[in-house]
Write a protein of this length. Structure first.
Lengths: 322, 252
């Protein structure tokens, strides 16, 4: 790797090192916050993937729940191990995404948004209506932590944190790689102009399905990690409001760049934590931040550094950033 | 057997019959022109052949096979490609990236190979880039390969769109108003390019308003009006035809 590449990846390396030593430098409470944040990063990055092909889904959190319920039930009812249940949970979410996609991916724009909302709610209502095996409103409980590996117990929040960290970094790497491959370029082309893409032989429906199913798989993964952390899975965990939060993270951070939604998730989680004592205010503050961002910098927080540096350039006549 | 045939193709928009029972037949190697006044239905016919519209009745036959129900990309896979009038290129990508994407159909690499970026995929990517560069060179655009397509002058954008269409290795190319908005020099250049490509073996159907460009380049011309074919023949025959003069000039 060239020196340039080393310098560019330095911040990322520092960040990863920080994340690795994190459990040893903070109180346990923050470990909990960070675990949820990491799970949200998987959600936010996979959600953004769907937006890169021009679609805004409202079924993402419901697909997350499919992973949670499937893996949870496999362990509780059928005695699977966590490591056996996890891929099956992911697969179940992907298959559900495939079926949902088959039904809704011929629609676009607002219709797509509403159709995915309907699909998401339909999934949630399956849990509510079928007390056996889904447990209706109370859901399923007593989901055990993964069995100890090499004598280290996952009941320990630090160990579970590393488990989630590993999956998060892996997920982000895969999604990033996907975006920067030929597949990602094809998706960008479809987003730019679907008729033109069709006219050069791109099967746009196929690509939209691939994106949707892939995103669903990652949502399912997040669901498994989430439910095995909290030990439960119930319809109340996977509501409209969780979906709105993810949407706000993505928009505030900026869906145009890979790092955008991640920044959005981090910033808004910090804000949410700062309002720890005033939980009722969180939706209000989130809403206000959303409105401010959409009005002042529609491309999201991720576009701020460039905005600021070009403004400063205008004032001082000197270049600040490359 | 004709390369492309439409059989009693019909399309209505509400009460308006845009295309009423058109029988069109194009032989391999032809450079056919399709002209007609505004509202004659030629754009609708064009979109029906390309697969962007479904007919109310009638069929589109490609090399003996009924492709009426096929989506646009499936038609491109079979060698029937088109260009556009408005969104002709991907504005946010460079000229080279545009052509590379258009080469997508013929890279031979499976999607997961792209994702893993193994040596095979990388090799093929290089070959694709070389092919794309070659296509840009034939359009005289190699020197702007890294410029954003949206910032190119109009004539270059049209040439780029043509390069992208050629990248799909079409057997028949449908050209949608390729010289609209061009000055006489650009028009002449573009029509020359089209003629050269036709001589190299690409059958073409060109729709346009520029009568002189079409008459000067195409060997056979089909004239439409009010959704129907009114005349078909050589440029000389068509230019002297009374029905054509009536359609365009309202002269009796």
């Amino acid at each position: 790797m060239t020196r340039q590449m080393w310098l560019k990846s330095l911040p990322l390396v520092v960040l990863i090192i920080f994340l690795c030593i994190f459990p040893f430098v903070v109180r346990e409470y923050f470990l909990d916050v960070m675990t949820f944040l990491l799970i949200n990063l998987i959600l936010v990055a996979s959600y953004r993937l769907i937006t890169t092909v021009g679609l805004w889904s409202f079924a993402h959190i419901s697909l997350m729940s499919v992973g949670a319920y499937t893996a949870g039930l496999l362990v509780i009812r059928l005695g699977f191990s966590f490591w056996g249940a996890l891929p099956l949970g992911v697969l179940a979410a992907a298959v559900t995404g495939l079926i949902t996609g088959f039904l809704v991916l011929r629609t676009r724009g607002y219709y797509f948004f509403l159709a995915t909302f309907a699909a998401g709610e339909a999934i949630r209502w399956v849990y509510i209506l079928f007390r056996n095996p889904f447990g209706s409103y109370s859901g399923i409980g007593h989901i055990p932590r993964p069995a100890p590996v090499l004598g280290i117990s996952f009941a320990n929040p630090t160990t579970y944190y590393y488990l989630v960290l590993g999956f998060t970094l892996l997920s982000l790497a895969i999604i990033y790689r996907l975006e920067n491959s030929r597949i990602g370029a094809t998706i960008a082309a479809i987003h730019s102009s679907e008729p033109l893409s069709e006219a050069i032989g791109i099967n746009s429906l196929l690509y939209r399905n691939v994106v949707f199913v892939t995103a669903a798989a990652f949502a399912g993964l997040a669901g498994v990690l989430f439910s095995f952390y909290t030990g439960t899975a119930c319809p109340g965990d996977y509501t409209f409001f969780y979906g709105i939060n993810i949407l706000i993270f993505v928009i505030v951070g900026g869906p145009g760049r890979f790092a955008g939604p991640i920044i959005g998730a981090v910033v808004l989680t910090v804000v949410g934590e700062a309002l720890r004592g005033y939980l009722e205010l969180v939706p209000l503050i989130y809403g206000m931040i959303l409105i401010v961002v959409v009005l002042l910098e529609p491309q999201g927080l991720v576009a701020l550094p460039k905005r600021i540096s070009s403004q400063v350039e205008k004032w001082t006549g000197r270049r600040i950033m490359r | 057997m004709a390369m492309l045939q439409t059989v009693r193709l019909r399309k209505k928009f509400g009460q308006l019959v845009a295309v009423s029972g058109i029988d069109l037949s194009i032989e391999e190697g032809e450079l056919r022109g399709l002209i007609g006044p505004n509202g004659s239905g030629k754009t609708t016919l064009f979109n029906l052949i390309a697969g962007f519209l479904r007919p109310d009745s009638g069929r589109v036959i490609w090399q003996g096979q009924d492709i009426t129900k096929l989506s646009p990309h499936a038609r491109v896979e079979r060698g029937l490609a088109r260009t556009f009038q408005i969104t002709t290129i991907f504005k946010e990508m460079t000229a080279l990236q545009n052509v590379v994407i258009a080469c997508h159909l013929h890279t031979g690499t499976r999607p997961w190979e792209h994702f893993l970026r193994g040596p095979k995929a990388r090799e093929r990517e290089k070959a694709v880039e070389e092919r794309a560069l070659g296509l840009l060179e034939t359009m005289g655009m190699a020197h702007v390969k890294d410029q954003l397509a949206g910032s190119l002058p109009h004539g270059y954008q049209e040439a780029l769109a043509l390069a992208m269409a050629m990248a799909t290795k079409p057997k028949l190319l449908l050209l949608d108003e390729p010289v609209t908005g061009m000055n006489p020099v650009e028009t002449s250049e573009m029509m020359q390019r089209i003629k050269r490509l036709n001589e190299k073996g690409v059958t073409m159907l060109v729709v346009d308003h520029d009568m002189r460009a079409i008459m000067g380049t195409c060997s056979q011309i089909t004239v439409m009006n009010f959704g129907e074919k009114i005349v078909e023949g050589s440029p000389e025959a068509v230019s002297k035809d009374k029905a054509v003069m009536e359609a365009y000039l309202g002269v009796r």
